[in-house]
Ligand binder design. Structure first.
Ligand code: ADE
Length: 244
């Protein structure tokens, strides 16, 4: 999986992705990431990438030309790589995700769907957004991370990349942990405990020390159901409907 992030702030992306689990996964070659500076593609001699909006209104808009040329350059590089591997049509199918509060809301299902792709392009907007005409030409998916507005698309892109990358085989040490955690089965994860057995007068539930795996599994499912019902009644209802 190769993540391509089109941004005006490439350092922000690479500093964020090069650390921790994703950084290690990149060192091992399980995933790749590049941050492509949209400003490098502007034809303006002052390296300008934004301008006032027609019709008036506050703020500046990212212009179509640098965004278009940057996207095409990345699609070309994907096509070239595909051609080298005898797979010339791939770039045409590459999904170009515009990270925007106007998109559909990102969730675990979307992460699972996107984790199947070979390449993903994330287009990060800034200022008041991006000229509509270029969006119409290059974007395949409009995705938001929630109903609130951030200053730019870089943090949402990193949030999505993190959620997608950890589903790519080999990124997590323990493949199982991506399956059993919250949302893997549509429920929140059960409570977990480590040593010591008693802390602040609170004891670890005895069933977890019993060594009876069947009982432990039953207890965990029960706890997942209780927790989901309490904290996320919407998810609980969905789970119940699909298990009737
Ligand atoms: N850009 C600004 N706010 C955003 C959000 N909530 N989701 C995705 N992109 C954004």
């Amino acid at each position: 999986m190769f993540f391509h992030v089109l941004t005006l702030f490439p350092d922000m992306i690479m500093d964020g992705l090069n650390t921790s689990i994703l950084g290690k996964a990149m060192e091992r070659g399980c995933i790749r990431a590049e941050a492509v500076n949209i400003r490098d593609y502007t034809l303006d001699k002052h390296l300008k990438v934004d301008d006032y909006t027609y019709g008036g209104g506050a703020g500046m808009l990212m212009q179509a030309q640098p965004v278009y040329d940057c996207t095409m350059a990345v699609l070309d590089s994907i096509a070239k790589r595909g051609a080298e591997c005898g797979n010339a049509t791939d770039a045409k199918k590459t999904r170009v995700i515009y990270v925007t509060p106007q998109g559909r809301i990102f969730d675990q299902k979307t992460a699972q769907e996107l984790a199947k792709e070979e390449d993903l392009i994330f287009l990060c907007g800034h200022y008041e957004g991006i000229d509509e005409r270029v969006l119409e030409e290059v974007v395949t998916d409009y995705i938001s991370i929630g109903d609130y507005v951030l200053t730019g698309g870089e943090l949402p892109a990193m949030v999505m990349i993190d959620a997608i990358a950890r589903l790519v085989p080999g990124v997590l040490n323990n493949d199982e942990s991506a399956q059993t955690e919250s949302f893997g089965n549509g429920l929140l994860e059960y409570p977990q405990y480590s040593r010591p057995r008693i802390w602040h007068d609170k004891e670890v539930p005895p069933v977890l020390l019993s060594g009876d795996h069947k009982k432990v599994e039953e207890w965990r499912l029960e706890q997942s159901l209780i927790r989901t019902k309490e904290r996320r009644p919407d998810l609980y209802e969905k789970w119940r409907e699909s298990h009737l």
